[in-house]
Ligand binder design. Structure first.
Ligand SMILES: NC(=O)c1ccc[n+]([C@@H]2O[C@H](COP(=O)([O-])OP(=O)(O)OC[C@H]3O[C@@H](n4cnc5c(N)ncnc54)[C@H](OP(=O)(O)O)[C@@H]3O)[C@@H](O)[C@H]2O)c1
Length: 292
């Protein structure tokens, strides 16, 4: 049994994936724009992830743009049968790297074809519709029009399953009236727990919840409580943050992002960590601490 097998599994669409996966966003250049400073190192991280047993990689064609998907294709194509590559659409990048909405029928159709071409796939296994009603967090507003286009692309066989990202419970309910929603990808971690109720609701509906910024994103988590628990367990703070998510709910699938081989290995080893009730109680208090 490889170490990440200990994370357990959950269903994503009609595939079963390990609960510890990998998020590829950090492989693009600074600001998720342009090429990585060390292309060979980026390719090596992807290959190491899959060699270590990762079977779920999260990406988007707007990372780079195009760069991250092209790296995935170069490093891993032809893909192992068990690998699920999940992408997302709904945004595009400005010439200056700005994150812009891309919601028209032609935007969405082009984004699906860009992902298919850059990943060298005939069908995208899971596509998340990333709501841009709010750029930095979910904001209310209908997602019916773009999701209807996505559902049509699914019926054409270009997409197997659909998920949602950066969405509210109202938008998830709206989405589920349009098509089957297999996963939700929102900002969530030890210190940012707006989706606590939502996660449990989705678990009851057998829908995967995939937290983005599981380690705090561009500002990695820092907390003396987290460091204290980690030191006591002989682990690193990031490993404890990931182990906490694994123990938080059975439908949570992890996609920690890193451009570093050492960090990748460290993150995947989090599957080995067991947190006691006492550890969990201490960690659960972090969300109300002010210094995070
Ligand atoms: N749907 C959305 O709107 C959305 C938004 C953001 C991200 N995402 C997805 O979610 C995935 C995860 O989010 P993320 O990568 O932004 O954030 P993250 O996983 O929370 O954290 C990544 C940051 O933590 C650092 N890091 C990783 N492992 C570490 C370790 N063991 N020790 C110390 N630092 C470590 C990384 O730097 P190094 O490279 O130096 O390791 C990077 O700066 C992304 O890859 C992307 O696929 C989705």
């Amino acid at each position: 049994m490889s170490s990440i097998d200990k994370s357990g599994t959950f269903t994503l669409g009609n595939r079963t994936v390990k609960r510890l996966g990998y998020g590829a966003m950090q492989l693009a250049g600074p600001g998720v724009f342009g090429p990585p400073k060390d292309r060979d190192a980026a390719l090596a991280v992807l290959r190491e992830a899959v060699a270590s047993g990762v079977d779920h990689i999260d990406t988007s064609d707007f990372y780079g743009p195009h760069i991250t998907n092209q790296l995935i294709r170069e490093a891993l194509h032809p893909y192992p049968d068990n690998l699920v590559v999940v992408t997302k659409i709904g945004a595009r990048r400005g010439d200056d790297g700005a994150w812009l909405q891309a919601l028209s029928r032609s935007d969405l159709t082009q984004a699906v074809h860009d992902n298919l071409r850059n990943l060298k796939l005939d069908t995208l296994e899971v596509v998340n519709f990333r709501s841009m009603h709010g750029v930095r967090g979910p904001a209310e507003g209908s997602i019916e029009a773009p999701l209807t286009v996505l559902a049509e692309l699914q019926q054409q066989g270009l997409i197997r399953h659909i998920g949602l990202s950066n969405v509210t419970p109202t938008q998830i309910a709206e989405g589920r009236r349009i098509c089957e929603i297999v996963c939700v990808q929102n900002h969530y971690n030890l210190a940012h727990r707006n989706d606590d109720v939502l996660i449990d609701d989705l678990a009851r509906a057998d829908i995967a919840y995939v937290p983005y910024f599981p380690l705090g994103g561009f500002t990695p988590l820092q907390s003396s409580t987290l460091s204290g628990v980690a030191a006591r367990l002989g682990a690193t703070p990031m490993q404890v943050a990931l182990a906490w998510l694994l123990q938080r709910a059975p439908n949570i699938l992890l996609i920690p992002g890193t451009s570093s081989d050492a960090h990748l290995k460290e993150n995947l080893a989090a599957a080995e960590l067991n947190l006691s009730e006492n550890d969990l109680a201490e960690l659960n208090a972090i969300a109300s601490e002010e210094h995070i």
